[in-house]
Design a protein around this ligand. Sequence first.
Ligand SMILES: Nc1ncnc2c1ncn2[C@@H]1O[C@H](COP(=O)(O)OP(=O)(O)O)[C@@H](O)[C@H]1O
Ligand SMILES: [Mg+2]
Length: 406
Amino acid sequence: MRYLRLILLALDPVYLMKQLSLRPYKYQLSFLKDTSSRIVVKAGRQTGKSTAVALLTIQFAIMPNKTILIISPSLRQSSELLRKIRRFVSRLDIPVCKDTSSELELCNGSRILSLPASEYTIRGYSAHMVIVDEAAFVPDTLYETITPMLAATNGRLILVSTPFGKKGYFYRAWLDDGFSHHEFSVNDCPHISKEFLDEERNRMSELAFRQEYLAEFVEHENCVFPYSLVMGAVVDADDREMGSYANEQSFYCGVDLAKHVDYTVFVVVKEIHGVLEVVEIETYQKIPYPLISERLKKLHSKFNFRRIVIDATGVGEAVVDMLKWDSHLPIEPFVFTTRSKLELIEMLRVALENGELKLIRNQRLLTELTMFGVEEHDDHVIALALAVWASHKIKKPKAFVFGGRI
Ligand SMILES: Nc1ncnc2c1ncn2[C@@H]1O[C@H](COP(=O)(O)OP(=O)(O)O)[C@@H](O)[C@H]1O
Ligand SMILES: [Mg+2]
């Protein structure tokens, strides 16, 4: 009886989803029924990509002695995905023999590994199936490490992502006949309402909406921060020298305060030997003033900032005044004018072009950077620029070259 149930879970995605109280979406089912060895899924934001990845993993892991490697752009995303899988496995009553922060081993000998996208962390594994979640956001070089992993086992490669530019392995896979193709359309997604989509369409630029929700591959090359510039600056956290916070390192923070519907974003950069690295990004929606102050104090006790620069335009002015009054943080206001914004953005572009700024694989930051100038949402870009500004103010700013497209 138990055996029959496991077979049903592995072979019948409708049964599997119903056991988890999930609605069997048509597009998720056709993906879960596809047994091709190469699959690429292009999908809009929030259409249930990670849920589908978790379900596929479980279906496959029910067969004994399989190794499944799931790769996500960041450690946070890979941990979240494993948490989802762990929750599903427990609700399905599938026996687990080993459970660590990055691995789940079922008692049938199958292993599920969920790792961030870094050659260092994934090297050395052999797998029967590799799934890459948000595949457009992992570095192309990683695929050179993945393909040999599947060679010995004749394993499967599954790529699932929101599109990100007409470039890279994910885009080429979408054009490749060797892959089986699926699309999760936001218009077919039962949990996304038409009203919500209309709101998002009004809020976002057309280009961003087409990329994020309609899952179209759009050009980024004519933007202020071209795709190649942005992706070229990404360094994976695992590949960095983290070390303790030694004497020669200084930390700076940029804060963009939410105005209406947007986010409050804190970006922390580390300066070491003239090079800046993003080390932390915190994003909050609708955070009240006392919590901003609390978050800043917490971050300050961790990083001991030399300077914190905050957007003090409009209501920001009062917030900055209150923060200064309320704490002894090294806060400085930045007031946005057309000219100061141009300078700020130009400085950011120059830092990227000169290789003086290294980014992390934060999807929101990368998306906003490549969409900057065409997309209104720029909270992460502004917070980053303010953090870079904070460090430059100490070094004495260089002469800025104007003429960039804003
Ligand atoms: N088949 C389904 N039935 C009900 N809810 C679902 C289903 N698939 C996804 N969801 C829900 O939709 C939301 C987004 O899913 P997620 O897999 O995180 O999407 P994505 O990875 O595309 O952003 C989550 O709250 C998830 O629980
Ligand atoms: Mg997801």
